[in-house]
Design a protein around this ligand. Structure first.
Ligand code: GUN
Length: 273
């Protein structure tokens, strides 16, 4: 079993991004909007800021209170869309319940949509055009698969989770590379049977869901979910000790997909349209 070291690949990518930023005519500027005080979101945003600093990308965090009205947020995005200095806009999710997430995401200029979440970028990905940006987590996973020389064409890819952030774009990106893709979710029956068909498994749920032996000894297990267990220890969707002896490749948590997401986002944030 080979451990897929996202931490070390992410460092290599960040070095490349830093080099690229140094040679740009303009300094990229990422604006991050955080609404409310979700503790996990605060940590994610702080990590994004730290990574941006490391690669020479300017970043501005706009912290808004939980009670912020949708209209205020939409106006703020409009202002950032029109601000020439700002080259990337990211609205940290989840948003408070009284705000329509899809309305907010749609308001972002596709050319500044470093998350790749706007309908234009999602649509381009779906119909086989080049989006301005690919969503960070699936893009980071593709980088990791390519780094380890994992063949994708013709392989069975099983994705657990159908979020707009990971599951759906992951499916599109694997489909583009000619994988046969199965998406599992909370209504899927006999999920273990599906998992066993996977050459490549991507789990993005946020709770311990993968607790079975893999069907193929060369299979690849990508664990996206990150949460704390009842002892407060950071863990993923995959029962690592149980699953790892039955697969060929596996990502650790932490140190797998998490750092790749950040590196992939910085790669996006270094692009100026
Ligand atoms: N919340 C969890 N993951 C993400 C992400 O990739 N982008 C944004 N904007 N919010 C998130």
């Amino acid at each position: 079993m080979i451990l897929m070291d996202g931490k070390s690949l992410s460092e290599k990518i960040l070095d490349k991004v830093a080099e690229r930023v140094k040679n740009l005519e303009r300094i990229p500027h990422l604006a991050v909007i955080l609404v409310g005080d979700d503790p996990a979101s605060k940590i994610y945003v702080a990590n994004k800021k730290k990574a941006a600093e490391k690669v020479g990308i300017k970043s501005t965090i706009i912290e808004l209170p939980y009670e912020t009205e949708e209209k205020y947020l939409l106006d703020k995005i409009e202002e950032l869309n029109d601000d020439f200095d700002v080259t990337g806009i990211l609205v940290q999710l989840p948003l408070p319940k009284h705000i329509d997430k899809n309305k907010v995401v749609t308001a972002i200029s596709p050319k500044k949509d470093v998350d790749g979440f706007t309908p234009e970028n999602v649509g381009k990905l779906a119909i086989g055009l080049e989006p301005y940006f690919y969503p960070a987590t699936p893009q980071g996973i593709m980088m990791l698969l390519d780094e380890y020389g994992i063949e994708i064409e013709g392989k069975n890819a099983v994705i657990i989770g159908r979020s707009n952030i990971v599951g759906k774009p992951m499916a599109q990106m694997l489909l583009r590379r000619n994988a046969t893709v199965t998406i599992c979710h909370s209504y899927t029956k006999e999920i273990e049977e599906k998992i066993k068909t996977a050459d490549i498994l991507v789990s993005a749920v946020g709770k311990k869901i993968v607790r079975c032996k893999m069907g193929y000894k060369n299979s690849v297990v990508i664990d996206v979910g990150i949460h704390r267990d009842s002892y407060g220890k950071v863990t993923g969707d995959v029962d690592f000790d149980y699953v790892s002896p039955s697969c060929g490749y596996i990502t650790p948590t932490p140190g797998g997909v998490g750092p790749m997401t950040i590196a992939s986002l910085m790669y996006n944030a270094s692009k100026i349209y």
